[in-house]
Ligand binder design. Structure first.
Ligand code: BGP
Length: 465
């Protein structure tokens, strides 16, 4: 075997509540901002679809856990839907919603699959959004209370907690590009929300420690490495800025409890620097994570000349459409002329994952890392009852090789969670962009293991390939 992984390495797959559960109105669940956004703006979602059914995991979780076991997974990353536990965000616990997660964690425990649980994967209760969302300190308090409830209810079976999934991507799209709810384009608000969310993370970590709960707590960050597109010094500066705004602004407070000085100064110049209370600073300084979850899909290549601010995300899977991301006067991302791209315009660059893991490790040498998401969206099809997704196998193999290199170089990477277990509701991409080990038939919701599922099972069993 060429690539043997360390003993106990977690072979997992990941999902998120809104993307797989469906059953949005079942058993007293309240609406989330995404339910409302999809209902009100079908034109923004590919195919005008909604997450109302998704994979119907809410009713089919037992089958899904059986499949995980049968296909050799040792870990499952999932998120809890806050509006299932607290339909309006705070108030009394919805016991029926909690009962679903009791059933799910019982099934995972019985199957010997370790749950890695994210508390917040973007499905903010709509009622909180209507009261000012993250900018209202009551939302932060409600989040901490919700987190404490989860620790108390599920802590006997869940020992791995992540507070937030990808705050950077959520805030970038919710408050800057306007692509995700609440669909604002307001840089000052984006910065304010970023510190509110980081503060909520820190306070949830504090509550976990003060509660004396067993296990580990961390956060999941999306960290796309940013490379200068040319050797021009101005492009190097642009890359550093982009990295600062998108990555370091989130990574530094999480790892070191302080904000990057260059970006703070930039926000001051733009008069959008946030106001932090002494308690914000203290909570962040104390909230050292036990591990960091890293989501990696693609790198960026930056140039300095950005005359205007513009954003475009390819949600059609039409290769002729390019993704656009530019912030006037700061940076613009360009395509890598020699790069390989998916149909949705995401570059395939396994080396980026190695760079990322290595960099984080240099910054925090002993911090255990998990690759909490990595995968490829394809327009998979069933032919003669089978899904032969060789492109996914190649993608995962190359990225696992990068992880293996990082481990060999001394980086403590403890597990890999493929995005995703199931073809699911891919946010703006609707259902066409498929990521699963298991194909989900949109009419019958039948699960069909893809070639990648059989391949991944062998890798998990052999602990390498
Ligand atoms: C991450 C999210 C996931 C997942 C993935 C793929 O940003 O955490 O929820 O969806 O990206 O992205 P997409 O589904 O938009 O292609």
């Amino acid at each position: 075997m060429e690539y043997r992984f360390p003993e106990g390495f977690v072979w997992g797959a990941a999902t998120a509540a809104l993307q797989v559960e469906g059953a949005l109105d079942a058993d007293g669940r309240g609406p989330s901002v995404w339910d409302v956004f999809c209902r009100e703006h079908p034109e923004r979602i590919f195919g005008g679809v909604t997450p109302a059914v998704a994979c119907d995991h809410y009713h089919r979780f037992a089958e899904d856990v059986r499949l995980m076991k049968e296909f050799g997974l040792t870990g499952y990353r999932l998120s809890i839907a806050w509006p299932r536990l607290f339909p309006t965000g705070d108030g009394p616990l919805n016991e029926a919603g909690a009962a679903f997660y009791h059933r799910l964690f019982d099934a995972l425990t019985a199957a010997g699959i370790e749950p890695h649980v994210t508390l917040f994967h973007w499905d903010l209760p709509q009622a909180l959004a209507e009261r000012g969302g993250w900018e209202n300190p009551a939302t932060v308090a409600a989040f901490v209370a919700y987190a404490q409830t989860c620790f108390r209810l599920f802590g006997d079976r869940v020992r791995r907690w992540a507070t937030f999934n990808e705050p950077s991507w959520m805030i970038l799209n919710g408050w800057l590009t306007g692509l995700h709810p609440p669909a604002w384009r307001d840089p000052a608000a984006a910065v304010r929300v970023s510190t509110a969310v980081l503060g909520a993370h820190a306070r949830a970590v504090r509550a976990f420690r003060e509660g004396g709960h067993l296990g580990a707590i961390g956060i999941v960050l999306n960290l796309s490495p940013v490379y200068p597109a040319t050797e021009r010094p101005e492009d190097a500066t642009a890359a550093q800025r982009a990295d600062g705004i998108l990555n370091r602004w989130f990574r530094r407070p999480v790892l070191h409890g302080s904000f990057p000085e260059d970006i703070w100064a930039l926000y001051e110049d733009c008069r959008i620097a946030p106001a932090l209370t002494p308690d914000d600073r203290q909570a962040l300084a104390e909230a050292r994570p036990d591990f960091l979850g890293v989501n990696y899909y693609y790198p960026h290549h930056a140039v300095a000349d950005a005359a205007e601010t513009s954003f475009h995300l390819n949600i059609t899977g039409d290769r002729r459409e390019d993704c656009v991301f530019a912030l006037a006067g700061l940076f613009r991302f360009v395509k890598n002329p020699t790069g390989r791209y998916t149909d949705w315009g995401w570059e395939i660059y396994p080396e980026g994952l190695y760079d990322l893991l290595k960099n984080i490790n240099e910054e925090r040498p002993d911090l255990p890392l998990f690759v909490t998401e990595n995968g490829i969206g394809l327009a998979d099809r069933v032919v003669d009852g089978r899904v032969d997704d060789q492109a996914r196998i190649a993608f995962v193999r190359e990225h696992l090789q990068a992880v293996h290199r990082a481990i060999a170089a001394g980086v403590p990477v403890r597990g890999y969670f493929l995005w995703s277990l199931l073809d699911n509701f891919s946010w703006l991409n609707g259902y066409r962009k498929r990521y699963g080990l298991f194909f989900v038939d949109r009419l019958t919701l039948r699960r069909i293991p893809k070639a990648s599922a059989f391949w991944y099972r062998e890798v998990a069993r052999a602990n390498g390939f």
